[in-house]
Design a protein around this ligand. Structure first.
Ligand SMILES: [Zn+2]
Length: 295
């Protein structure tokens, strides 16, 4: 019996499909460490891990897999994630970069899905633009803690962004005002509050959105999603702006700018009709969506 026998409902060929998938994780801190761990358990075979930082003691409250010894040794966060992945799948293909994602964009072009747990609004905006350019589904995760009159409020969001669907700007997660404020505060905003359990919930939600893209378990898979987390109420609900944006074209990322010149749709269609399993499983699954965009 396969080690993945208990998740056969994800598709009869899911073990093979998942082994062929390549997923990029940008940021291996709070949310990214959970994502790497879960995707390893699911059987994803290929990872591109990007994070320039080494672990510090103030990361230990939320970085899954990190230890005090790692803090003493100054272990890179990508090395911790790799160790967690290999603990489950010793033969996983793991490409690690101790750099900013902008410096390793070539390696990200071949990912089937990219998941970002970036703090900076400008960074999120640029990563989404890059993913759209190369037709890679992008999932964005963000978490915030706000102080109110009577205490603290924990919130967050998980957004699925595919070319042609509403983007982070459409959903007001990225705005020019936020980018400018961030630039003004650069260096003196101080560390943002972060805790492990909302990160875990947001990361798990992102993994669920990834799996509805790459496997047939979900009866109504979505091409765009905006889920808001209320950590005080303990709820995850679709944002009101999601509904308002459905059916509206994104004015921020032109479809004319989308597409890798080296990417040949006809070859993909041939491979798809031949029934072969490719690392492009996501694009096969959303074939009608790709054809509507470019066909
Ligand atoms: Zn947009």
């Amino acid at each position: 019996m396969s080690w993945l026998a208990r998740q056969k409902f994800l598709g009869d060929d899911s073990e093979k499909v998942f082994k062929g998938l390549k997923i990029g994780i940008i940021g291996l801190g709070g949310a990214g460490s959970h994502i790497a761990q879960q995707l390893a358990h699911i059987g994803i075979g290929n990872f591109v891990l990007v994070d320039p930082q080494t672990i510090e003691d103030t990361n230990l409250n939320r970085l899954v897999g990190g230890t005090w010894k790692d803090v003493e040794d100054g272990t890179p966060k990508v090395d911790i994630a790799e160790r967690v992945i290999r603990g489950v799948q010793p033969d996983a293909k793991v490409t690690k970069h101790r750099k900013r994602w902008q410096e390793v964009a070539d390696d990200l072009k071949s990912c089937d899905v990219t998941i970002g747990g970036l703090d900076q609004v400008r960074d999120k905006d640029e990563l989404e633009g890059f993913c759209r350019r190369f037709m890679i589904p992008y999932i964005d995760i963000g978490m915030d803690v706000h102080k109110g009159d009577k205490g603290y409020f924990i919130g967050g969001q998980v957004i699925l962004s595919l070319p042609g669907t509403p983007c982070l700007r459409c959903y007001n997660v990225v705005t020019q005002a936020k980018i400018e404020e961030e630039a003004r505060n650069y260096g003196d905003a101080g560390p943002k509050p972060q805790v492990v359990w909302p990160n875990g919930i947001l990361a798990s939600t992102a993994v669920g959105l990834t799996l509805q893209l790459v496997s047939p378990w979900h009866p109504n898979p979505v091409e765009s999603e905006y889920l808001q987390y209320d950590g005080n109420a303990g709820t995850m609900a679709r944002s009101a702006i999601w509904k308002a944006m459905q059916g509206r074209a994104c004015p921020h990322h032109s479809l004319q700018e989308t597409g890798d010149p080296s990417f040949d749709l006809r070859k993909m269609r041939d491979a798809s009709s031949a029934g072969s399993i490719s690392s492009r499983a996501v694009r096969f699954r959303f074939w009608s969506w790709f054809m509507a965009l470019f066909g």
